[in-house]
Design a protein around this ligand. Sequence first.
Ligand SMILES: *[C@@H]1O[C@H](CO)[C@@H](O)[C@H](O)[C@H]1NC(C)=O
Ligand SMILES: *[C@@H]1O[C@H](CO)[C@@H](O)[C@H](O)[C@H]1NC(C)=O
Ligand SMILES: *[C@@H]1O[C@H](CO)[C@@H](O)[C@H](O)[C@H]1NC(C)=O
Ligand SMILES: *[C@@H]1O[C@H](CO)[C@@H](O)[C@H](O)[C@H]1NC(C)=O
Ligand SMILES: *[C@@H]1O[C@H](CO)[C@@H](O)[C@H](O)[C@H]1NC(C)=O
Ligand SMILES: *[C@@H]1O[C@H](CO)[C@@H](O)[C@H](O)[C@H]1NC(C)=O
Ligand SMILES: *[C@@H]1O[C@H](CO)[C@@H](O)[C@H](O)[C@H]1NC(C)=O
Length: 455
Amino acid sequence: MGFDQSIKTSSSFYECRKYFTFLETKFICGLLVFLVMLPNAAAYDPLDPTGNITIKWDVVSWTADGYVAAVTMSNFQMYRSIVSPGWTLGWQWAKKEVIWSMVGAQTTEQGDCSKFKGNVPHCCMRKPIVVDLLPGVPYNQQFSNCCRAGVVSAWGQDPSGSVSAFQVSVGLAGTSNKTVKLPQNFTLLGPGLGYTCGPAKVVPSTVYLTSDHRRKTQALMTWNVTCTYSQFLASKNPSCCVSFSSFYNQTITPCPKCACGCQNKNNCVVSDSKQSHRAGINTPRKDNAPLLQCTHHMCPIRVHWHVKLNYKDYWRVKIAITNFNYRMNYTQWTLVAQHPNLNAVTQVFSFDYKPLVPYEAINDTGMFFGMKFYNDLLMEAGPQGNVQSEVLLRKNKDTFTFKHGWAFPRKVYFNGDECLLPPPDAYPFLPNSAHVHGVVISKMAVSALLFLLIV
Ligand SMILES: *[C@@H]1O[C@H](CO)[C@@H](O)[C@H](O)[C@H]1NC(C)=O
Ligand SMILES: *[C@@H]1O[C@H](CO)[C@@H](O)[C@H](O)[C@H]1NC(C)=O
Ligand SMILES: *[C@@H]1O[C@H](CO)[C@@H](O)[C@H](O)[C@H]1NC(C)=O
Ligand SMILES: *[C@@H]1O[C@H](CO)[C@@H](O)[C@H](O)[C@H]1NC(C)=O
Ligand SMILES: *[C@@H]1O[C@H](CO)[C@@H](O)[C@H](O)[C@H]1NC(C)=O
Ligand SMILES: *[C@@H]1O[C@H](CO)[C@@H](O)[C@H](O)[C@H]1NC(C)=O
Ligand SMILES: *[C@@H]1O[C@H](CO)[C@@H](O)[C@H](O)[C@H]1NC(C)=O
């Protein structure tokens, strides 16, 4: 009925409205326009719609001139972790507050404390910048969940490692819940750009259970700050790309050319050249600048999806991740894929797998990650710089096909960043099958989504 076309060309509420009765209109058109526009909206990840990092301040005591707060950073993102060199948290004091002391973290600069005689504060900056301490600091500087050099796991991968915390003693501040002023303008680097933090909001006080579970205590006051990630803010180019191959067509569909921008092309290293064996080539730089192997895509990471075998009731995919950065080991890497058949994963070999169900009705997304002590470390570029797995999927008789590139993923994310896929007209296709363009495929996707939402 031309519906797809109108969505594609205008994606407007008014165009959409023509096709439905009044009651349906508001809901369906609103939702559709919302969904169609999502990929462009900042700070929204359709595969992890509630993903966020929440920073909670619990005032645990009032002091003569301020308060002591336990600050907890919880990474509620399913598959995006904070990797080395870790987080950097900043904010702006509302008045003239100072930090008398900190446990489990430190500010990077003290600032000008010259007006203090005797006791000198830990930090007098109007906008303190805080980083985690390194593992192995003396016990008296430690706090629970501190001191991991700012590395925080993704919640979907390792909930126990997804929290980071420290304690701060604030002076020249309010000394009751009526006079305290919340810090403002929070910033979070994790470790690079990408996070945007909202304002601090007073929330119901945190309730603690004593270790014997027989008594509850509660914070004197609690406020939360929520930070969300947007890949557009993190970098203007993707940081990974995807290539395809299949048993039914000899063509390998490579990553798109300059998929990650070719700005590093001039100082890339030719694989297996003399330079690639030079001592010190693997030494990470302070600013985390990559040193890439020369490739036509110039991505630090390539994900290859190979449709390997076709059985009567099952089919098999091989997934390989290759690191092209000589200066980076990826610890606790994650790979997220979206494919309609991920609702029937039968076996995953040599990776861990966890289904993600971002929308209750649609189970088409899953997270792969390395097995502890086996392949959870993706090594620097070179002969060791890859990890591989095979996935066995049960065919759904109604939808399964090798036609139209159906067997390839719709979206791929590495470490929480979306990877660039080849253009749909370059997908390996079945001999004799009609050549289908990406436009048609995306139209089909919209129809399928609409169908799911209506029924
Ligand atoms: C942050 O994530 C948690 C856990 O998924 C969720 O309960 C909460 O609503 C999210 N907060 C915001 C502001 O999105
Ligand atoms: C505040 O943050 C904590 C996580 O540290 C979370 O459990 C709680 O639900 C948040 N409260 C609100 C109202 O968002
Ligand atoms: C402040 O503390 C008083 C009791 O001391 C309490 O009744 C009130 O609800 C608190 N207000 C806030 C915003 O927490
Ligand atoms: C800090 O936040 C306040 C509101 O809380 C805003 O008016 C101000 O412009 C912000 N300042 C900066 C430097 O972002
Ligand atoms: C990666 O890990 C290996 C073994 O732990 C180490 O020798 C190498 O220096 C590391 N490379 C980088 C870039 O950190
Ligand atoms: C999603 O699919 C996986 C298999 O791929 C299955 O184990 C899981 O139970 C499914 N989840 C839901 C909510 O249907
Ligand atoms: C394999 O796929 C490519 C497109 O990627 C196409 O050009 C080629 O004709 C296909 N090969 C066969 C034998 O169909």
